[in-house]
Ligand binder design. Structure first.
Ligand code: FAD
Length: 345
């Protein structure tokens, strides 16, 4: 039997960043992942944006999450010797005059200052971009190519001898008072970072997941723009194409791209961009969201050496680094996990 401190099931963004935080704190981890072709992390657009939604409001925990986020990913790029983080300004065009007025009040709130780059009350005059009322530019925003990050982390873990490819069946887990046995491994603790798959793991049947399907298109078009445009959908310039997303579907719990999803995206895009385009790629995935929109971080109510790190919904890129540190500090130094994300809440 191979002995490890901690086993991690799942190597998406959550499992990867948590494993690295535990490793930094001296833990000997082993990651087990089934290496799927499609996963939430492999499909994600990877945007992080401190000001979101119709209300153009600061997102939950913005002041804790965003000031350090780009440094966090840049440090990780250095460690992995790879490029997957891109600071990108987000341009949010106004829908109507009311929004313009609401926003001008927002700009006077001190708490918003770090997140606002500038505001324009008239079009920014980018050829073929439809923004007659102008909009505002967001600071402290950007994009992580999550698929590349996960693939680089996998290479790194393989070199460390801390990764194996295995689709872990829930019945393979043997839980004892002070140790865990799984296949040829014995460990003190196990942490499940299974993304949407957790919703069918009987161990976590008490937790209320709410999987949300999302579809995304890569298109080629003649729009030339450096920043992300976000209004209902986003247009993200990346490499030599534009990524356009995403849909939100609570009913269809599968990873199949659909005609309906593509039509919805193209229809919404036509309200932002009026030029020609060609669809290059169409993908779909499931977001591991929860009913109360807060992640699940912490230990099982019956098994004190079994934990979960999941439920990051559509905000994994901004939430996972912060809560990976929080769970690693809890495990290594006994720091408390905030009640609102604690899986025992
Ligand atoms: C269309 C779309 C667009 C998105 N855009 C954004 C965005 O712009 N910004 C943002 O922050 N977030 C975005 N997200 C959400 C983001 O992708 C997720 O929050 C994040 O990737 C979740 O990571 P995870 O590691 O929890 O899950 P996953 O990425 O699903 O990783 C879980 C891993 O565990 C493996 N696994 C599960 N069970 C087992 C098992 N029993 N044995 C072995 N392996 C197992 C899975 O196969 C997978 O590899 C988007 C998601 C979608 C679908």
């Amino acid at each position: 039997m191979q002995k490890r401190d901690i086993l991690i099931v799942g190597q998406g963004l959550a499992g990867s960043l948590l494993a690295l935080e535990l490793e930094k704190r001296g833990k000997n981890v082993m990651i087990l992942d089934n290496n799927p072709i499609v996963s939430s992390s492999k499909v994600a657009a990877g945007l992080y944006n401190p000001i979101t939604g119709r209300k153009m409001a600061k997102t939950w925990l913005a002041d804790e999450l965003f000031p350090n986020l780009s440094n966090y990913y840049q440090d990780l790029e250095k460690k992995m010797n790879a490029r997957f983080h891109f600071s990108k300004t987000i341009y949010r065009p106004f829908n109507n005059i009311e929004e313009q007025n609401d926003w001008s009040l927002r700009t006077m709130e001190l708490g918003y200052v770090p997140y606002i780059k500038s505001t324009s009350n008239h079009s920014i005059e980018v050829d073929q971009l439809l923004d007659p009322l102008g909009g505002f530019f967001v600071n402290n925003s950007g994009m992580v190519d999550v698929a590349t990050l996960v693939s680089e982390c996998k290479k790194y873990f393989k070199v460390q001898g801390s990764y194996i490819e295995w689709s872990v069946p829930s019945e393979a887990l043997e839980m004892e008072e002070t140790k865990i046995k799984l296949g040829s491994f014995v460990a003190n603790q196990i942490i499940f970072c299974e993304g949407p798959m957790a919703a069918i793991n009987p161990l976590w049947s008490d937790l209320k997941f709410r999987l949300v399907k999302g579809e995304i298109l890569d298109i080629s078009c003649s729009l030339t723009i450096d920043h992300v445009v976000s209004k209902g959908i986003f247009m993200l310039p990346y490499k030599n194409y534009l990524r356009v997303g995403s849909t939100y579907d609570n009913h269809n719990q599968n990873e199949e791209p659909t005609e309906k999803g593509s039509r919805e995206l193209l229809n919404r895009l036509s309200k932002l961009y009026n030029g020609n385009l060609k669809v290059l790629k169409h993908q779909a995935g499931l977001r591991p969201a929860t009913f109360d929109r807060k992640p699940f971080v912490g230990f099982h109510h019956k098994h004190n050496n079994v934990a979960i790190f999941n439920g990051f919904g559509s905000k994994g890129v901004s939430l996972i680094p912060y809560f990976a540190m929080s769970l690693a500090d809890h495990i290594c130094f006994g720091k408390k996990i905030p009640l609102e994300v604690n899986s025992l809440r």
